[in-house]
Design a protein around this ligand. Sequence first.
Ligand SMILES: Cc1cc2nc3c(=O)[nH]c(=O)nc-3n(C[C@H](O)[C@H](O)[C@H](O)COP(=O)(O)OP(=O)(O)OC[C@H]3O[C@@H](n4cnc5c(N)ncnc54)[C@H](O)[C@@H]3O)c2cc1C
Length: 477
Amino acid sequence: MAETDLLSRARATRVVVIGGGIAGLVAARECARVGFTVTLLEASDALGGQIAAAHLDGVRVDAVADSYAPGVQGLVDELDLGDRVVPLADRAVWISGLPGAAPVPAQALAGIPANAWADDVRRIIGWGGAWRAYLDRLRPPLTIGRQKNLGTLVRSRLGARVLDRLVTPLTRGVYGVDPSQVDADAAVPGLSTALTRLGSLSGAVADLLVDAPDTTRRSLRGGMSVLVDALAVDLAALAVDLRVGAPADRLERDGEAWRVHVAGDEPLPADVVIVATPRTAALALLDAAGAPVAADDPAVPAPADVVTLLVASRDLDAAPRGGAVYPVSAQAASVLHADAAWPWLAEALGGGRHLLRVRLPRPDAAASAPDDDAVIALALAEASAALGVALPPGALHAAHRVVVEPAAPASVLGHADTVAAVRRSVARTPGLAVVGAWLGGAGIASTVADAIAEADRVRHRVLWANDSGPDVKPPAL
Ligand SMILES: Cc1cc2nc3c(=O)[nH]c(=O)nc-3n(C[C@H](O)[C@H](O)[C@H](O)COP(=O)(O)OP(=O)(O)OC[C@H]3O[C@@H](n4cnc5c(N)ncnc54)[C@H](O)[C@@H]3O)c2cc1C
């Protein structure tokens, strides 16, 4: 097909993206770059989804996600944000509620220690825990087999202390899931092979640490919302019609096309609809569109309150518990001391003021939501316990609370099968695609990569009527 025909076919294709989180923004961008006519609908009054901002005491701060993994660097560079990039401060991550608190051992992967006798490991698991973990080194390699379940693997090789005091707080705090729901080899790539080769789990970790890829997180001066702002500018330049406060209610077939119903507005015609909402909204939209998917996800993290607290406390000036604390058996899954992790934020806040972010899972999602004051008071108490400093109500200057629907990480057991089943079902309905962290896996990096790949499939289907297209890429406009 001639290039001009491709361009006019692209321009005549109306794409509606539902959801203005990072998945929707990136999918919209990929479609607009080849000339599709794109409208993006965001239900709330701001773009970004879980890359959300709050204004506390005159400072714009991150309210949920606050950093990105190396996989996002390409997008950051494309958006010309290189001069905004800031590295994570070299602060330890701590575990609290041991009793007491201690930094996460330096030589560990996903909390699995390379050496049970190391001082920083023994401080957490005690002598008894270290002796039990040492059995891992003595067990014959033949008994290892291929245990996929991270929880079972760690408990059987290294004992309950390592599981409960190291691996569980990190898995729960970072991803909102239990180690028993996690695929060990997906969480720590190469673990099974190294374990089989070396005969012990801690030996495998020690081996993998030698060449461990750099996973150091970065952020942007001004917070991760700077990425969303830059994407919005880029999308506007690509003539994407960005609509906030526009929740899509329902999708309806209209011959070969779609009508997207938006609360209080005229239905929008579309040739292609890309659903980019969290899981619950996506399943409802697909169901109503006559494209129901069987998404029996093995592990869906509980919804969570994420509370950002601006406090005045000189006791926090020296960052007594580093940049992040993951408690053992507490209501909070994590307490982040954000300005200790990100020096730009410390500068913006000025001395004596500190920004804490507390993640409170809400396992009983059906129960009526507690009011803001109760949740904020709980967050303050949990932060005080995790950080080991008194934070009386008078220390609180400002607070922000948001309820999020977290996605499971791509490393949960069965995730790949679930995603494949969802994508197979959706592919049966022409002009429909689904993106978002619930499929790509929690985290901006995996969500972006998945959205780019899925938008690419959409482009090929529209322009060449297949999933992979010819060898040449469509011309970028
Ligand atoms: C507490 C927490 C901290 C995190 N921290 C980090 C971090 O530091 N770094 C990192 O890489 N990842 C982090 N993540 C994960 C990461 O933020 C998410 O995986 C990612 O941002 C999800 O993007 P998304 O576009 O799939 O979904 P979302 O961000 O949830 O966006 C979906 C959008 O769809 C909109 N929507 C819903 N229904 C409709 C509808 N009917 N019509 C129109 N719009 C609709 C929503 O309003 C929302 O804006 C964190 C997650 C949590 C929960």
